[in-house]
Design a protein around this ligand. Structure first.
Ligand SMILES: [Zn+2]
Length: 233
């Protein structure tokens, strides 16, 4: 399954309409959790590198552009999960050409654009032996929050690095996390408040510089728990 926020889905549709009658392309950046659930948190549009006369039915990504996408993903603590492209006046199914050029692991999202209007949107994966290309479920996710768990607390989250929860604020998200893993709660909270040795970051910013636990989430951010480390003789 691949989940995308409404904003990401809209952005992909808009890219497809803008590029019409040619194909658009770009990378999908996000995280994998619960083994194989994928959450796309942002897209990285890339200029179609095919010759102009072929762009109506082909796309190509220059290695330099893919490298930029990889670097952008790293800087956001995300991974390149796959790629999107459009099929102008063509169904949202992978062509023989798409299949021959696909890699296993990546999600290949296709948006059909009919007469300049975005239509069906599907996602596909190539099997490891390259023998079949199978469709994966695309789900719109509006309030998914990914919480990154520090090594010290993973014993309480079934060793998961990342946990997906729902919440409109940082406080709701962390509370949902503690609800999911009750043994974790005592390490996060002292009474109603977060323990002083737990710092919480939204992206690169400590919530102390935002609105604390009331900091609003749009559903696209990664929340990170960072222990405060200190000591002395
Ligand atoms: Zn295609």
């Amino acid at each position: 399954m691949i989940q995308l926020s409404a904003q990401c889905l809209d952005a992909i549709r808009t890219e497809g309409e803008k590029a019409y009658p040619n194909e658009c392309c770009g990378a999908l950046l996000g995280v994998i959790f619960d083994d194989d659930k994928r959450l796309v948190q942002s897209i990285f549009p890339i200029t179609n590198a095919r010759e102009q006369t072929e762009q109506y039915h082909r796309f190509e990504i220059e290695p330099e552009d893919l490298l930029r996408a990889e670097k952008e993903a790293r800087s956001q603590n995300r991974d390149v999960l796959g790629f999107y492209h459009s099929h102008p006046d063509h169904p949202a199914r992978p062509s023989e050409y798409d299949r021959n050029n696909a890699f296993p692991f990546y999600s290949y999202l296709i948006v059909s654009v009919e007469k300049k209007k975005a239509a069906a949107l599907t996602s596909w994966r190539l099997s490891d032996d390259r023998k079949e290309i199978f469709e994966e479920v695309v789900k719109e996710e509006t309030m998914a929050v990914i919480i990154q768990i520090p090594t010290a607390l993973r014993g309480f989250t079934e060793r998961k690095h990342e946990v997906e929860v729902e919440g409109q604020t940082v406080g709701e998200a962390i509370n949902a996390l503690a609800g999911k893993y009750p043994d974790l709660r005592q390490h996060l909270y002292q009474g109603e408040n977060l323990r002083s040795f737990i710092n919480v970051f939204v992206g690169d910013t400590n919530i102390k510089k935002l609105e604390g636990l009331d900091t609003k989430l749009s559903g696209n951010e990664t929340v990170m728990l960072v222990p405060a480390i200190a000591g002395g003789a």
